[in-house]
Design a protein around this ligand. Sequence first.
Ligand code: C5P
Length: 310
Amino acid sequence: MSTPGPGVVVRVPAKVNLELRVGEPRDDGFHPLATVYQAVDLYDEVTVTPADRWGVEVHGERAADVPSTDDNLALKAVKALARGRSVSPVHVRIDKTIPVAGGMAGGSADAAAALVGADAVWGLGCERGELEKVAARLGSDVPFLLTGGTALGSGRGEQVVPALTQGTFHWVFVMHHEGLSTPAVYAECDRLREESGDEVFVPEHSEPLLSALRAGDVGLLALAVYNDLELPACSLLPRLRDTMAAGLRHGALCTTVSGSGPTVMMLAQDKASAMDLMVALSADGVGDELAYGVGPVAGAQVVRELGGTA
Ligand code: C5P
């Protein structure tokens, strides 16, 4: 058994989907996706320390809605990495900033961070590909959060390759406290499509989005941002439409839901415009909470090594 290090703190970002195209459900119930992820600088901190037994605790304003049981995805992650390896238990502490059930992959981010943290504590030195394999089994968004940046996702979202991008993009996020369950939004997407009888295409990445990213052109990006889950998310939570309309009224270049919602993401021209937009939205009482973020940023990273055992 390798001697565990004293513990590490891992910082992990939230994600948005600049594009999310959804195909017909596969036999396993998942939907094939063509997506473009971008990591944004709303961070959770995940502390992994050697312990006598496996455990997890969650802190922060948003902690109450995250399970501190065996159902916690970060705890599942460290146990999955331990499987077949001679390692001692670890304790995982999560300090949450990323909205819970907000469509910004908060749970997946914590799982990615826990993998990076446990790898460091156990001194495994896993190759990125090895961590990605474990990550893919945990959830569709987990592999992306290991690397961050901007990346094309396919399969059910778990197959990621980096995208060529320039520049930094400025986002305003409008949170809604209701929360939306991801499976419910996908199911609503299927239901609405069946009702309309519209043909469902095999999802493909759109060239205009990729060239906007290559050029770092915020105006072109605004025209290309697209999410198939916007309609079903709004169908389940109609006030999202009002939020998006308010964003456009107050100068957002484009708006859509992040992932399966209910967080609404709004693209701004620059930081000053993002601040103006936040002031206007706040004055109008839009949403339940506002945040400013920039992307792309790096994925899960060890930011601190602890001096002794917790
Ligand atoms: O992969 P993850 O655990 O994040 O997915 C949560 C749920 O979202 C799945 O159980 C499924 O209902 C839905 N989903 C889907 N197609 C995807 C990704 C997620 O239907 N590509």
